[in-house]
Design a protein around this ligand. Structure first.
Ligand SMILES: *[C@@H]1O[C@H](CO)[C@@H](O)[C@H](O)[C@H]1NC(C)=O
Length: 135
């Protein structure tokens, strides 16, 4: 059984690193089918955005130990030369929920404390409004 303390520590460690995501934030609500923009900046800590480099950006759900990729926003964006990506959230990825988050996964850089994992950065959990059309 996982302890909540362990999960919180892992999230805090991730939050300390690298890409500071300025959209979405906890108050963000995106609507499926309408254009949304992910934005970020360097947080001034190591590694910097140059080191983080090309990244996979996606919408995920889950927790610190297990995350499920629901939608790819960009399969390779260089976070040091680009600071935003516009995309359209897909309404079929899941229900209306405030449990979604954006994750950046560096393609080349490894996690500073555990080199078998890639370096990652996480947004706050945000809300996605998906419209469920039933026949
Ligand atoms: C980013 O970090 C790398 C490695 O520490 C360093 O070589 C590089 O000069 C830094 N780039 C910037 C723009 O600060």
């Amino acid at each position: 059984m996982f302890s909540k303390a362990v999960i919180s520590l892992a999230l805090a460690a991730s939050a300390l690193a690298n890409v500071f995501i300025t959209s979405p934030v906890a108050s963000t609500t995106w609507t499926a089918g309408q254009q949304a923009t992910v934005t970020w900046q360097d947080d001034g800590m190591t590694p910097n955005l140059t080191s983080f480099g090309a990244s996979l950006v996606g919408i995920y759900t889950g927790n610190a130990n297990q995350q499920t990729l629901l939608q790819i926003i960009s399969s390779s964006v260089d976070v040091s030369t680009t600071s935003s990506v516009a995309f359209t959230p897909d309404g079929t990825i899941g229900p209306n929920s405030n449990e979604y988050f954006v994750r950046f996964t560096s393609i080349n850089l490894k996690d500073a404390t555990n080199s078998q994992f890639p370096a990652e950065a996480f947004s706050a959990k945000f809300s996605l409004s998906t419209i469920c059309v039933t026949g």
